[in-house]
Design a protein around this ligand. Sequence first.
Ligand code: 4H6
Length: 253
Amino acid sequence: MFGQKIIDMRFDVVTLFPDLIKDALDHGITGRAMKENQLTLKTWNPRDFTNNKTGRVDDKPYGGGPGMVMESEPLIKAIKKAKQSSNSSHVVYLSPQGQKFNQKRAEEFLQHRKIILLSGRYEGIDERVIESEVDEICSVGDFVVSGGEIPALLVIDAVCRLEKGVLGDPDSASQDSFSDGLLEFPQYTRPDSNEFGEVPDVLLGGNHSEIAKWRLKESLRRTFKLRPDLLKKKVLTNQEKVLISEIKSEENS
Ligand code: 4H6
């Protein structure tokens, strides 16, 4: 297809559960991107880089305490292999102890083109891996899950859908929630009326500036009600200020 820049993206994921990563991405936007060679995905299993016969990759924490820690050597060997193979060097470790991942970080990751993601299991990884191989620690939110794989999948999906060639419609990413710091306005499709309710009249009328104004107002209303923290951060236009004062009086009445 013309008009689309084909720029490769590559993710290398270091994980004890490579199938979890590969199977999850083999659908939708990321699946198509891989088929069309716009996205390369490689996994590296630290278990393949052990010396012991059992393939053990974890051990008890020094200093005592519950759980196990991933050993440094198999992880560092796997990361070094990923670096060689991909010719990339930016290593991101998914951890609840990281800086918060958001839309802005997704856009920055897109600029890197090649990223190595490190997904941990057990109680975490030997700190020496972080000291010698990790460039940044990222958290997808203030909660804990049982491994870094699902957080890695979140990051890969968020970055891939920003790629114009990967996304069907290049406009849809820039119209996403968060690219303008507001939540999305409500969407409707046919029929215009059924047992579950009516589509707002303005959307049926075809007056594009009225529709745009309605959508902006409903975006502002949702953000005001559900995510006031986002509104506080945003620089508002005069039109937006007027709409918000309308919303405030509507919501109070
Ligand atoms: C690093 C350290 C990322 C990674 C500990 C990973 C949430 C996020 C993990 C752990 C993650 C996030 C291992 C601690 C299992 C709990 C993997 N959870 N955990 N918010 N878990 O980005 O036990």
